[in-house]
Design a protein around this ligand. Structure first.
Ligand code: SAM
Ligand code: ZN
Length: 281
């Protein structure tokens, strides 16, 4: 991990700055965190080890789906919004998954460094290779983020957990938060045909509340694009999402076999931009 990326990180026990120490990162109080061979670091307090977040299968399915370009319009949208809105400081992607969107955002911001934060070590393993200017951290977005106060100029939250107080803490002056949520009709044709979990109508409002009053929404835009998914990638879409925990593989295969080849569906997402109340006056 680049030492300049380590400069953004904080000890999960005492919040002090971390510095490289051989094959580990350490704080002045002597708390030490080994770097995995694949380059990520786990910054979870003791007792919180032992997994969480997306499974290996979910991460592999997401990697496949993203690599096929089905969410390229979303990645482009994020890169454009980032170039227009980033304040000074790091780019933090919370629930970064494979780091796919973060990598495109860093390409659009050639002088910035990035941190991919995810609870899944399978995701962190991939995110560690996502971009030469990014580091990957296993951490829990529901707890204190192991990121120094005010270190981020841009935070991304794409279909991921939302911790308003901590996001506001790590955003520095002039910072922006970009949040992507699924709209009610996101992948509606797959939801019906494959028996996926639906986005509950109240959930959007409930989740949107999670960043307020810590941050102020500035604007909200809806984006839709058509997808023509080969059946195998429709299955990947099911396997990478929350339905993965509920679906029986045999049932999914049977339902997928009845789909047209390719299956047409619409991706439908909402992008909300937030700023710090202090910056809005
Ligand atoms: C739907 S995926 C989105 C991944 C990525 N943002 C993307 O759009 O490709 C949600 C991600 O949040 C991660 N996640 C779930 N719970 C988490 C938590 N408590 N803290 C950090 N990450 C978490 C999962 O491991 C998964 O990678
Ligand atoms: Zn410490």
């Amino acid at each position: 991990m680049l030492p300049a990326v380590v400069d953004f990180l904080a000890c999960p026990y005492c919040a002090a700055p971390l510095v490289p120490a051989g094959a580990a990162l350490a704080c002045p109080a002597g708390h030490s965190f080994d770097l995995a061979r694949s380059g990520y670091v786990t910054l979870l307090p003791r007792g919180r080890r032992g997994g969480g977040g997306d499974t290996a299968g979910m991460v592999a399915a997401r990697d496949r789906f993203l690599a096929a370009g089905h969410y390229a319009p979303l990645t482009r949208l994020l890169a454009e919004a980032a170039a227009a809105a980033a304040g000074p400081g790091a780019v933090l992607d919370v629930g970064a998954g494979t780091g796919h969107h973060l990598a495109a955002v860093l390409d659009a911001l050639p002088d910035r460094l990035g941190v991919a934060l995810d609870l899944s070590r399978y995701a962190a393993r991939r995110a560690a290779r996502a971009h030469p200017r990014a580091g990957a951290v296993v951490a829990d977005a529901w707890r204190a983020l192991p990121i120094r106060t005010g270190a981020a100029g841009l935070v991304l939250d794409v279909f991921s957990p939302r911790n308003g107080a901590e996001t506001a803490r790590v955003l520095g002056p002039g910072g922006t938060l970009l949040v992507v949520t699924p709209a009610a009709d996101h992948l509606a044709e797959l939801v019906g045909a494959l028996g996926l979990l639906t986005v509950d109508a109240d959930k959007d409002a409930r989740l949107a509340g999670a960043f307020e009053p810590h941050l102020e929404p500035v604007d909200r835009t809806e984006h839709r694009w058509r997808l023509a998914l080969p059946r195998a990638e429709a299955v990947a879409a099911a396997a990478m999402g929350p339905s993965a925990h509920h679906l029986d593989a045999a049932d999914l295969a049977r339902r997928a076999a009845a789909l047209p080849e390719p299956v047409g569906t619409t991706a439908s997402v909402v992008l909300t931009r937030y700023r710090r109340p202090a910056d809005l006056g």
